[in-house]
Design a protein around this ligand. Structure first.
Ligand code: NAD
Length: 411
């Protein structure tokens, strides 16, 4: 997806510069925090029928200042080095913001995941792991699922890593519960998004019960965000995926629709296009699919009062500015979708301790720590009189720069 005049990585770096200025950091320190520590680009040959396709794969390690690098791996046709750099950098700021002992990384393979058989998906992730296992590991860099990958993909990654490096279940998170995964991790991102949406309304003295929500995306994030919003009392009025969207102003029966794989298969409810979901009149809009979907082209038609960013970088910088100008409050990705990496942290610690938590403990810890992160960012925004995105970057950049300084690297 296009990010307008600037690339996705340039957009993140612009926010780091702005936070550095507010914090009075030296330009050299800002520039060190913008660069990625290591970038690995690989070729993945894949036999498909009688043909051999060669896919491009990536792992970008942005920062280890606060701990082992952490970040998902994405299978999507639009994956490229710039996008992976941007997403790796966002992970550094996200992990600092929620105060877990990780740095940032991201991986990807440029392939249309919807065209892959299970055998092909397994072959790709095993080759990706074989090519870069020397830079992975539970104290080095820990992958997790993202768009186009899931718990099964993480099980294959772990299995391949074990063959090469020996038993180390904490080398990857988002694994199946039956195979060192943590009950609660799968729903954690969506649950966190819904909780943050509720905290946002409450902070602005608005009622959660009956508040209208529109969601773009019906994968890991969108599906669980819809379920959690429903449980919290929101009314989900529209939802879409790559196959299309549905709308029902009196509220969609979420428990009915989660039984369908694709939105276009749902027989009930009026059909709308996937992008029309973004343009509905509602209290809360949750983009939970691709980046760059709220942009110069459609920003005039976005009518939500609050945008809670379930996806990474769904709002371009230009659209963000215009929305703020008309009074829309945006809760940024690095806060709104941080429940995923928070849940990954819980899974990682359980794997290392070889001790499992019951799901109630997982949910309680997640809810408490997400609500603390929300209140930290809110306080920061009041302190500097800035929007939530700028405040989130200021807080995260302060934590990472002080880790750099304490290590003695950048003084
Ligand atoms: P997923 O692959 O499980 O689901 C993606 C969803 O987006 C699917 O429903 C797909 O149909 C839909 N989609 C794809 N193209 C679309 C289009 N053009 N229009 C409308 N819908 C479209 O991915 P996910 O894990 O849910 O990730 C979604 C977003 O959330 C990504 O930006 C990802 O980086 C971010 N995120 C994911 C996690 C996580 O734990 N999975 C954590 C933090 C952030």
């Amino acid at each position: 997806m296009s990010h307008g005049a600037r690339s996705a990585f340039e957009e993140v770096n612009q926010k780091i510069s702005q936070a550095g200025e507010i914090l009075g950091l030296k330009p050299g320190v800002v520039s060190a925090m913008q660069k990625c520590e290591r970038e690995v680009v690989i070729s993945i040959p894949l036999r498909r029928g009688n043909d051999l396709e060669v896919l491009s794969g990536y792992r970008v390690q942005h920062s280890s200042a606060r701990g082992p690098r952490k970040g998902g791996i994405r299978f999507h046709q639009e994956v490229d080095l710039d996008e992976v750099r941007a997403l790796a950098s966002l992970m550094t700021w996200k992990t600092a913001l929620i105060d877990v002992p990780f740095g940032g990384a991201k991986g990807g393979v440029a392939v249309d995941a919807s065209t892959l058989s299970d055998i092909e998906r397994e072959e790709i992730i095993r080759r990706w792991t074989r090519s870069i296992h020397h830079v992975l590991g539970h104290q080095r860099d820990i992958p997790a699922p993202d768009m186009g990958t899931d718990a099964r993909t993480m099980a294959w990654l772990m299995d391949e890593f074990h063959r090469l490096e020996g038993f180390q279940p904490a080398c990857v998170t988002g694994k199946p519960v039956e195979l060192f995964g943590a009950p609660g991790r799968e729903e954690a991102t969506g649950r966190g998004v819904a909780m943050i949406a509720a905290s946002t309304l409450e902070k602005h003295d608005e009622k959660v019960k009956g508040a209208r929500v529109a969601i773009q995306g019906f994968g890991n994030v969108g599906r669980f965000a819809a379920l959690a919003c429903h449980e919290l009392g929101f009314k989900v009025i529209a939802i879409s995926d790559v196959t299309g969207g549905v709308i029902e102003r009196s509220g969609i029966d979420i428990h009915e629709i989660v039984n369908y794989r694709n939105i276009s298969e749902i027989p009930s409810y009026e059909k709308i296009s996937s992008h029309e979901v973004l343009e509905q009149k509602c209290e809360v809009l949750i983009p939970a699919a691709l980046g760059g979907v709220i942009n110069a082209e459609n920003v005039d038609r976005v009518k939500a009062e609050y945008i809670v960013e379930g996806a990474n970088q769904p709002t371009t910088a230009d659209a963000d500015k215009e929305l703020r100008g008309k009074g829309t409050l945006i809760v940024p990705d690095i806060l709104a979708n941080a429940g995923g990496v928070m849940g990954s942290y819980f899974e990682w610690t359980q794997n290392i301790q070889q001790y499992s938590w019951p799901i109630d403990k997982f949910r309680k810890e997640l809810d408490a720590r997400m609500s603390k992160a929300f209140s930290d960012v809110h306080k920061e925004s009041k302190k500097h009189s800035v929007d939530m995105r700028t405040a989130a970057f200021v807080l995260a950049v302060r934590r990472v720069s002080s880790a750099f300084a304490l290590r003695g690297e950048l003084v």
